[in-house]
Design a binder for this molecule. Structure first.
Ligand SMILES: Cc1cc2nc3c(=O)[nH]c(=O)nc-3n(C[C@H](O)[C@H](O)[C@H](O)COP(=O)(O)OP(=O)(O)OC[C@H]3O[C@@H](n4cnc5c(N)ncnc54)[C@H](O)[C@@H]3O)c2cc1C
Length: 601
């Protein structure tokens, strides 16, 4: 597979649509970040993903990981690739500068993470979990923990893993059984079994830093009794060198549908030495710092896979000759026309493109809010950004990964039977994208989070905050056609009506929110993409009409293609909002009528 990062579109969104340089200049922590530096990083990111990671993607899928009692080995080429990758400083790209990170804004790291997932999903996970674990340690760990662990994690000498799930506890972490005993010497003894741990064991790094959720003996029941512990695979001595093996072992690895080169491990903690991160019984909250970033990242997994699938599908559609165009032969000297002439093939490609470019804009917008929430000097602006991040994170995770998977199905379909054959790579992308809908909280659970915690719990205040911004864009969109404004205004009304219905039903029908949550999330996602496509289209017309004076890196052919894709979105995809809105408003009584016993055949 040849992967070429879509740098033109990435730079257009960063510079022209979101005016990132202006955002960075407004915050002391990012004011030295310039477009030139960012361009150089993106170019280098495109190079390493194209030349180092993409070439070992398919072989990694075929070979998978190997487990033995001594440990887990990754597929051929992964160790060497990790060394090159780590030496390039990529793991600490968004890391804290005081401990060796590069302090780059999230608006940049989301673009690089997309490249990582597009070129090699399995490899990406080792890196993304390391930066995610480092983020949680930086936000909640003691100064000693930060100094001891962060520099080695940013440099890629050590990696990170996130240990939440247990055999009986996935979504419901309140019932975990892993125990922590206070050793009264600043350490804790951790005992329990965690399953499905990504990168829980591997041969890429000398140490693995596990962030483990566990309960103290006197902890309150449920989520309020969970604490977070740092448990290294190898104990780190006072001078920073590696000492004895900790009592942590990998019992086995899972055989699974996709991401074969990512080690998914059963991890046994047998009185392992751990260190408290943050406060006792506040572990879930600490973990959520990491989760907002990780959840966006998992959306990017779906986006990356679908971008790769799109690149393959376009190349194939231009070469594969089958049948004639409906309006007459376009390729009379050959026995058939390329399949890209057919309306249905174009429907598939444009659907992929509209969701992919929309997802990229959505992840950049959410990344921008994460940057504002973390770095902006104005407390009111930080608070607004925090609220928007809270509202948008479940949508970004679930809608982007759902549309990413759907797009991979279309990318496979463009290949016909050849998409089902392993050699062509499309089926791997579909398998690798699928897990993004399941882990980091299933997409169904993301929808519950959206409707219950982010909409009903604040009586719709976050939705109003968001829609105020959407309306402001509608009134300032001076270059956009009336039909687009009307289409988006109509979809916004549907979202408002659905929100009203949710709020009204909250006090009277306890099941309603859970029943309509996925429809609500998809309605929300479609409106959000409409808003983002409006901004893209408006900017594209403004630039195209002033090409001579505009300071932009893109040409008019690129802008025309953006406009056509925007129109396709408004004409052919935004109408899907109607069906979700209709379902939300329809009767729900059939859902809870059948007794559990009567579901059986
Ligand atoms: C390849 C892979 C890698 C993973 N990596 C990690 C990792 O690194 N670290 C880690 O800790 N975990 C990891 N996981 C675990 C993953 O996060 C969980 O599988 C996921 O959160 C779902 O939990 P579960 O599988 O126990 O499903 P369950 O929680 O049992 O859910 C089963 C079904 O019930 C639904 N459901 C559950 N509760 C509710 C509810 N309240 N309302 C509505 N529907 C509900 C779910 O949506 C789902 O459809 C990984 C899993 C896999 C497969």
């Amino acid at each position: 597979m040849n992967y070429n990062a879509p740098l033109t579109q990435m730079k257009f969104l960063l510079r022209d649509v979101f005016e990132a340089e202006r955002v960075w200049a407004s915050m002391p922590a990012t004011q030295d970040v310039s477009s030139d530096v960012v361009d150089a990083i993106l170019e280098e990111g495109a190079k390493i993903t194209r030349e180092v990671l993409a070439p070992i993607n398919r072989s990694g899928d075929e070979e998978g990981v190997h487990w033995s009692k001594e440990g887990v080995t990754t597929p051929k080429g992964f160790k060497e690739a990790w060394k090159t990758y780590a030496e390039g400083g990529w793991i600490g790209l968004g890391g804290e500068p005081a401990y060796g990170g590069q302090g780059m804004p999230k608006m940049l790291t989301v673009l690089f993470e997309e490249m990582l997932y597009a070129s090699n999903c399995s490899f990406a996970l080792y890196s993304v979990l390391t930066s995610g674990a480092a983020l949680a340690i930086n936000a909640h760990g003691s100064e000693q923990l930060k100094q001891t662990y962060l520099p080695k994690m940013y440099s890629g000498e050590w990696s990170g893993a996130m240990c939440l799930t247990e055999p009986h506890a996935g979504t419901d972490l309140g019932i975990i059984r892993t125990r922590a005993i206070d050793n009264k010497d600043g350490t804790y003894s951790i005992t329990g079994t965690k399953i499905f741990i990504t990168g829980g064991e591997q041969d890429l790094t000398k140490n693995i830093i596990h962030l483990v959720l566990a309960k103290l003996p006197d902890a309150p029941a449920g989520p309020k009794g969970i604490s977070l512990f740092l448990v290294p695979k190898v104990i780190v001595k006072a001078d920073g060198s590696l000492g004895a093996r900790n009592k942590v072992s990998c019992g086995s690895t899972e055989h699974k549908m996709g991401i074969h080169a990512s080690a998914t491990c059963v991890m046994n903690f047998d009185g392992a030495t751990g260190y408290l991160v943050g406060e006792i019984n506040k572990g879930l909250a600490a973990m959520f710092t990491m989760m907002n970033y990780e959840r966006l990242s998992i959306g990017l997994q779906g986006l990356g896979c679908s971008e790769m699938s799109y690149q393959n599908a376009v190349a194939y559609a231009q070469e594969r000759l089958q049948s004639r165009a409906a309006t007459g032969a376009v390729n009379p000297q050959k026995e058939a026309d390329p399949i890209i002439v057919h309306g249905d093939v174009r429907r598939m490609l444009l659907t992929m493109r509209a969701y992919i470019d929309g997802s990229r804009a959505f992840s950049l917008y959410t990344g921008m809010q994460l940057d504002l929430a973390k770095f902006h000097p104005d407390a009111a602006l930080r608070k607004k950004a925090e609220d928007l991040v809270a509202l948008l994170t479940p949508v970004a995770k679930a809608f982007i990964s759902d549309k990413g998977f759907d797009s991979c199905v279309l990318g496979q379909q463009v290949y016909g039977g050849h998409g089902y054959i392993r050699d062509n790579g499309q089926e791997q992308l579909l398998r690798d994208a699928r897990i993004a809908q399941i882990y980091e909280g299933t997409n169904g659970v993301q929808a519950q989070d959206l409707v219950k915690r982010k909409v009903i719990a604040n009586n719709g205040a976050f939705v109003t905050l968001f829609l105020n911004d959407v309306r402001a864009s509608l009134s300032s969109a001076t270059h956009t056609e009336a039909s687009v404004i009307a289409a988006l205004s109509g979809a916004i009304r549907l979202l408002e009506q659905a929100t009203d219905r949710l709020l009204k039903a909250a006090g009277t029908d306890p099941d309603y929110a859970g029943i309509v949550s996925v429809d609500y999330l998809h309605l929300f996602g479609l409106v959000t993409f409409g808003w983002l496509w409006l901004q893209v289209a408006d900017k594209a017309v403004a630039l195209r009409d002033n090409m001579a004076s505009a300071k932009t890196t893109v040409d008019s052919a690129f802008l025309d293609a953006q406009l056509v894709t925007a129109h396709f979105y408004f004409e052919r995809l935004l109408p899907l909002a109607d069906s979700h809105a209709h379902s939300i408003q329809s009767a729900t009584s059939s859902l809870m009528t059948l007794s559990a016993r009567h579901f059986s055949r």
